[in-house]
Ligand binder design. Sequence first.
Ligand code: GDP
Length: 372
Amino acid sequence: DQDEEKLQEYMDELEFLAYTAGATVEKRFTQKLSQPDSKTFVGSGKALEIKDYVKENEIGTIIFDDELSPSQLKNLERELEVKILDRTNLILDIFAQRAQTSYARTQVELAQYEYLLPRLTRMWTHLERQRGGIGMRGPGETEIETDRRIIRDRISLLKDKLKIIDKQMATQRNNRGKMVRVALVGYTNVGKSTLMNALSKSEVFAENKLFATLDTTVRKVVIGNLPFLLTDTVGFIRKLPTQLVESFKSTLDEVREADLLIHVVDISHESFEDHIDSVNQILQEIDAHKKPMVMVFNKIDDFSYERKDDDDLTPSTKKNISLEEWTKTWMAKSKFPTVFISALTKENFPEMKRLIYDEVMKIHISRFPYND
Ligand code: GDP
């Protein structure tokens, strides 16, 4: 059934995130509820089932595929007596591992503290209730109050630091002059860095893990005799923590200020349609959805679907689809110029380059109307 399929795809992604963070997944639990339980996210029966399994198999951590409210987190920790991570926490953790420059580290640290702060508060109110509130102000209170103050100070310090860097980066972007700016956007792990390397002959870190790229890389690329600036940006993901969208402002500014977006899609991924939606949604959130765009459907070498009827692609055994067949799918009917490629084998690169050239040229001509 379709819902079940979706659910397993989401769990696949969560498992991949967990793997990226360095964990091994032993078991999946799913549950259908009309809405999450306000106290424990899952129902009490399910919580017991999880608890038994955790005890029996000496599981160290439980990961939830959603952001838990501070009280849900607290309740679950108490109930299950094991470390609980939610989706936001997990993504923040991966970002923390991946941050290489001091800028990225500052951004991640800020996002982490903003995630932590309300959770400390809740821990405190929970403690307060346990101790009976007024008149019971023990060391716990002062400790948490101190923690909160330290964290708030740290947050404002980090914000100041980021403001300064943001300004520097804005100046840098301004100094790049009038050259056309193109940004690669797409879901995480779709092949943006691989494409960047192939187009700019540079060595950008590409890896089959999520979020290999945290910092933006800008390269000068020349197609034909037309130079432009190409930027590789942080990969998007479903339910990207809002704290991250906020603190990665400068990184996303590259997208916001680009003249043209190259939206890369991993066609071999069973959820690629959802990925397209997620990316478009984030583009809308950062007000970059009205820009000219080129759709690049990547990984055609690794495609494993078969065509059921004219327009419908259903997962099946591996089948080679010819380029001509690709152009008959719904993907090719997008309102944006569209191309099907493999960044790995470089199949259909000339076509992609021609498309990008045409789009960049349009912008170039509007900017330098009197040349040639
Ligand atoms: P990014 O996160 O979007 O920057 O993706 P990467 O460029 O890091 O690529 C993610 C993974 O997909 C890596 O293991 C790449 O080798 C692989 N990859 C990228 N392009 C292709 C392609 O065209 N075909 C196949 N089969 N794999 C690809």
